[in-house]
Design a protein around this ligand. Structure first.
Ligand SMILES: C[S@@+](CC[C@H](N)C(=O)[O-])C[C@H]1O[C@@H](n2cnc3c(N)ncnc32)[C@H](O)[C@@H]1O
Length: 308
């Protein structure tokens, strides 16, 4: 995972106490770390990183209400919520399920970019692009059509792993990602004709009707709570006969939940309903895991929806 985000309080003493608290936290002395964080907060009451870290420690200590209070303060101190305190509040049941803050996703992946491929591919056995490639091939071969596409859009393109998997079958690749650092890496691959630093929904909205034959989202819909708006916009942008292929994480219950990895998990029935509501046809929906966590596959889906 990326290094922990630190936003200075602007007060040297408070920042030092925060650093000591982090050392104690890493050594496992959580009560002493919490105590030092409170001292830092006394010096700098709007110290978002200290509040956020305190929330995590209180959560570990089983102090549910205290954790909620600290995460609420972390969120209030940084309106963009770069730490993702809102997500923690959702997971603790203290806030209704909603979208992630864009500043959080951007900060997370800007920090992650230099180590993204080694961490995801080598450490977590990431296989999202390969799953999408095989799924698209199987849908195209069932329809007796070649897996060749003039224009494709890669939503949440990251460093460009999906474009690499599809490179031989796509003429013109457009990549969209919230993180400028991930986009820099994608640009360096030379695989994309166009790259947009944008939220995927905004990126799709800026595209004309019927202008792409293939839309991909490899391990990106896990950062989107409500699939409907993105699937609907993808349906508008696809040409007749076009494909929207994506992976997501899943769970056995209903609707959408936040998983242990702080990503959304979408139930299979929820995904199917979002695809149908957008006027697309579900051509493939299979249980396939795109990555491991704690050496076990994270339950996931690979989905291909087609436009008539
Ligand atoms: C786990 S990475 C996967 C990257 C790439 N698709 C791959 O397969 O290697 C998720 C990417 O989605 C991007 N992302 C998450 N939410 C997004 C959103 N709402 N709009 C655009 N990009 C988003 C992140 O910045 C990150 O680069």
């Amino acid at each position: 995972m990326p290094a922990r985000l630190f936003l200075s309080s602007g007060d040297l003493m408070a920042d030092r106490r925060f650093e000591f608290a982090r050392d104690l936290q890493l050594k496992g002395d959580l009560p002493a770390a919490a105590d030092l964080l409170l001292q830092a907060i006394e010096l700098a009451p709007d110290f978002a990183s200290a509040w956020f870290t305190l929330g995590g420690i209180r959560e570990e200590l089983g102090e549910h209400e205290g954790a909620i209070a600290a995460f609420e303060r972390a969120q209030a101190c940084d309106p963009g919520d770069r730490h993702g305190a809102g997500l923690r509040l959702m997971r603790l049941g203290a806030a209704p399920l909603a979208g992630m803050s864009q500043a959080y996703v951007q900060t997370l992946f800007d920090q992650y970019a230099p180590r993204f491929e080694s961490s995801l591919v080598d450490d977590l056995g990431y296989r999202g692009p390969e799953l999408l490639f095989r799924a698209v091939l199987s849908v195209r071969s069932a329809a007796r059509k070649p897996a060749f596409f003039k224009r494709a859009i890669d939503l949440g393109c990251g460093t460009g792993l999906a474009a690499l998997a599809f490179a031989k079958g796509v003429d013109h690749f457009v990549g969209v990602d919230l993180s400028p650092r991930m986009i820099e890496r994608a640009r360096a691959t030379g695989l994309y004709a166009e790259l947009d630093v944008a939220d995927m929904l905004q990126g799709l909205r800026s595209r004309p009707d019927a202008s792409a034959e293939l839309i991909l989202a490899a391990d990106a819909m896990v950062y989107v709570a409500e699939l409907g708006p993105v699937v609907t916009e993808a349906a508008r942008v696809l040409t007749g006969g076009g494909l929207f292929a994506f992976t997501t994480e899943t769970h056995d219950g209903d609707g959408v939940v936040i998983g242990e990895g702080l990503r959304y998990a979408h139930a299979a029935a929820y995904v199917g309903a979002a695809v149908e509501a957008a006027g697309l046809k579900l051509a493939l929906l299979e249980d396939r895991s795109a990555r491991n966590e704690d050496n076990a596959p994270v339950p996931g889906l690979v989905v291909v929806a087609t436009k008539a």
